[in-house]
Ligand binder design. Structure first.
Ligand code: ZN
Ligand code: ZN
Length: 153
């Protein structure tokens, strides 16, 4: 596991230098608890975690695509630039480096733009369109749903 994480760290660092011409100065690691998302960039810590199933299910190319996607969030955010999916800067950079465009639901292999999460039980919901969170509640516990923003996919 430690060796796998080191290999991932090396891969993220080399993709960062090669495609972004900038250093990745934080930690990258596999997170087996990620159930549905391929990867995440954490705004507070600066770290990136990757779902180990990305490569297992979709191959090396998809892994590289997911890493590029997370690095787009990373480098824009680290430089104080707009870094969210809807931002022009993000879209442009993603196109330049050829990253994966959307969050992929790892269970169904469908692509979704939006990720909602229940504030009570933390269940994640992928959607292609915006949800009216006043009308829709969590299917499991009826808790309130919020658009995930502080931990980006
Ligand atoms: Zn819930
Ligand atoms: Zn993203």
């Amino acid at each position: 596991m430690v060796n796998k994480d080191q290999a991932l760290q090396d891969l993220v660092e080399s993709i960062s230098m090669r495609y972004f011409r900038r250093k990745f100065k934080h930690k990258a690691f596999y997170n087996p608890r990620l159930k549905t998302t391929g990867g995440r960039y954490h705004l507070r810590s600066g770290d990136i975690d990757i779902n180990p199933l990305v490569e297992e299910m979709h191959g090396r190319e998809e892994l590289v695509g997911v890493i590029k996607h997370e690095l787009c969030h990373y480098h824009l955010h680290q430089q104080g630039m707009p870094y969210q999916h809807r931002d022009q800067e993000f879209k442009l950079l993603l196109r330049q480096v050829g990253g994966s465009r959307y969050v992929k639901d790892m269970r169904t292999n469908k692509e979704y733009r939006l990720l909602y999460q229940c504030v009570e039980c933390q269940t994640e919901y992928f959607r292609q369109r915006k949800l009216n969170t006043k009308r829709y509640a969590c299917g499991k516990c009826r808790g309130k749903l919020v658009l995930v923003q502080d931990v980006l996919s």
